[in-house]
Design a protein around this ligand. Sequence first.
Ligand SMILES: [Cu+2]
Length: 299
Amino acid sequence: MVRSPSGVRRLTSRRLRSGAVLLSLVPMLAGCTVDNLPRFGFPRGVTSQADRILTLWSTSTIAALIVGVFVWGLIFWAAVRYRKRAGGEDVPPQVSYNLPIEILYTVVPFLIIAVLFFYTVIDENYVNAESKQPDLQVSVLAFKWNWQFGYVGQQDANGKFVQTVGSTDEIPVLVLPVNKRVLFTETSPDVVHSFFVPEFLFKRDVIPGRTNSFEVTITKIGSYVGHCAEFCGTYHSAMNFEVRAVSPADFAAFLTAKKTGLSTADSLRSIGQPPYAVTTRPLGGGRGQLAAASVRNNP
Ligand SMILES: [Cu+2]
């Protein structure tokens, strides 16, 4: 089909207008901070690592939606524009190939994937980075079906490691300071578990026979529920814990109280915090008591 000069001008100006609309989205998105980005179902993050994860998730979802709307529009436009009309030809004129368009739809997806790959690698490296000298090191022992958290290098007057272990009747509360780099090392004596705090926007598997690690810096004081995110048996769904993020001063006071031999609940009470988990409840009924006792003295 040969277009008239005015038809070509109309098409060109329409293309320019839609290009301008797309370009106008760039400064709009660039002006977004992590707090006002749409989260598409993600919770609000509470660590500096979570901010990076949320930014990557939200911006790549927005990019996917822009591409999606464009493609859906093209499909709809083609379906309407080239629909079979009464009295029309049976088959419209067939085109065997169009080199510029074929190059375009090969190069554009490649560029999109390259940009996504670039930002994914940058953010993955940031999230996986570990300090040579973290402010605090926490050992995580995941077992069927509870958690034991130890403060590495911290011992009480009797030489016992300072730790918190969950039981049938008590959700383990992991007390941590905000704005400190906390390095976690994870081990499992039985099966694969996974340390997952939704507000961290992060989980890491706990695998028997190896030690996994990760680091976070919590930026908001509060209580955050944690789950096991790897199916590990009968009571997997009840294998919860709580992260209680407190000020560094409160954390120091908590640790001092623990070192005098107080329980985690009493130590929390001593710094004016609720003594037990406030985000989840224990299952009760004898679950895991044996397992809890068998690992209680592990460092
Ligand atoms: Cu588990």
